[in-house]
Design a protein around this ligand. Structure first.
Ligand code: ADP
Length: 188
């Protein structure tokens, strides 16, 4: 099954994607992780996106679409994909549909992690202290939240019209969120 984990930054998409990968064998495709790996490797692409990412802004659609296209091509035999942090704009959602039409299976579910945006600031302050991710600083995080509400949340009606969205309580503990996601994926 192909699914999208949807929700604001720091909602827990990465954590839950990793659990689903372990439990179901689906391949996680996180554009954030791919971009961070590009930066770590010191590639031209990594250098190009570094400042944009640290500011909390979105990198250009063509860059992330190309990353997803490559990852799909490299994982042709996957039983499913978990899209995490992608799509984030209408152009990305349209490109994803076109790519999946070529690769076989469409998106079946969009799991929305419902969270209290105010509490995310506390979560991310903790992560900033622990991991020191440059874009977790309060100023960049505010930009990321604003981008989410301006550019990404508007994708929801697109998937709602297709009957694919299932909301889960993202403020519960990690185990309970995982259980709700599983139920949302298994329910017809
Ligand atoms: P988050 O923890 O906010 O969900 P990610 O790890 O998914 O963040 O992404 C970190 C940064 O990488 C984003 O703020 C953005 O700069 C860039 N990025 C990741 N995915 C995308 C995307 N699909 N489109 C544009 N930019 C992206």
């Amino acid at each position: 099954m192909n699914l999208i984990l949807f929700g604001p930054p720091a909602a827990g998409k990465g954590t839950q994607a990793k659990r689903l990968t372990a439990e179901r064998g689906y391949v996680q495709l996180s554009t954030g992780d791919m971009l961070r790996a590009a930066r770590k490797s010191g590639s031209e692409l990594g250098n190009k996106v570094a400042a944009i990412m640290d500011s909390g802004s979105l990198v250009s659609d063509d860059i992330v679409i190309a990353l997803i296209e490559d990852a799909l091509a490299q994982n042709k035999s996957a039983s499913g994909f978990i899209f995490d942090g992608f799509p984030r704009t209408v152009a990305q959602a349209e490109a994803l549909d076109a790519m999946l039409a070529r690769h076989g299976k469409p998106i079946e579910r969009v799991v929305l992690l419902e969270v209290d945006a105010g509490k995310l600031l506390d979560r991310v302050a903790k992560r900033f202290a622990e991991e020191g991710r440059a874009d977790d600083n309060p100023v960049s995080f505010k930009v990321r939240l604003d981008k989410y509400f301006a550019e990404t949340a508007p994708l929801l009606p697109y998937y709602e019209k297709q009957g694919k969205v299932r909301g889960v309580d993202g403020m519960a503990n990690i185990e309970d969120v995982a259980k709700s996601i599983s139920a949302a994926l298994d329910a017809r």
